[in-house]
Design a protein around this ligand. Structure first.
Ligand code: IMP
Length: 201
């Protein structure tokens, strides 16, 4: 089955392809980026909004992933604002101009200074939109926020997230190690299981 992925985030695209290709899905990148307003209040709503927007433009079975980092001591922030955390006003820290991933990390570490509780989780919701029906799944990966970034792999907040059971950050894991425990790996394998049960592959 050919799946159009409703994202142009290279980090996500790479992981989705890496996880779904061996399961028999052909992952297709969008021919162009659409400007989609993520107006939902939840990951699931935003995944649905993105999947539907790309489906309506390109008319292919469309997969969207909406994901983010949920930090306990920040009341769940950055959550659905994870990708643009640096550009929203939160905790009295002004938006800054910098590469978004680096700026997000810097802001998060600043907000956690002096906090005992550094527990967090990555969450991913996926929606497969087929026009008049669809599927969804989710996955999470628990861990904690480190005091400084380490590692070059992955993307986003990976350099400051240490998954439970590991003494390395997500950015220090191999791609295979990350996929085996990640929120995205869990959500996508669950989606594939659902599709297989419906003889869709
Ligand atoms: P979205 O494109 O609106 O779903 O935003 C996802 C954002 O959450 C990304 O830009 C990252 O900041 C963060 N994020 C999601 N998944 C991961 C991951 O696997 N590693 C690191 N950061 C992630």
């Amino acid at each position: 089955m050919k799946l159009l992925v409703a994202t142009t985030n290279e980090g996500k695209l790479k992981e989705i392809e890496r996880i779904l290709s061996p399961l028999g899905y052909q992952v297709v990148k969008p021919p162009k980026k659409l400007k989609v307003e993520e107006t939902g209040n939840t990951f699931l709503e935003n995944a649905y909004i993105k999947a539907r927007a790309y489906y309506e433009e390109f008319r292919l079975p469309t997969l969207a992933d909406d994901s983010g980092l949920v930090v306990q001591a920040l009341g769940g922030y950055p959550g659905i604002y994870s990708s643009r955390f640096h550009s929203i006003e939160f905790g009295g820290i002004e938006p800054v101009e910098e590469s978004p991933d680096k700026a997000n990390i810097r802001k998060l570490l600043k907000l956690l200074e002096g906090k005992q509780d550094r527990s967090a989780k990555f969450v991913a919701y996926t929606v497969l939109y087929l026009g008049s029906s669809g599927f969804f799944s989710w996955g999470e990966c628990r861990g904690e926020i480190t005091h400084e970034p380490a590692g070059e792999g992955g993307f986003g907040y990976d350099p400051i997230f240490k998954p439970e059971g590991f003494d390395r950050t997500m950015a220090q894991l191999s791609p295979q190690e990350k996929d085996a425990i990640s929120h995205r790996g869990k959500a996508l394998r669950e989606l594939a299981r659902l599709l297989e049960n419906c003889n869709l592959r």
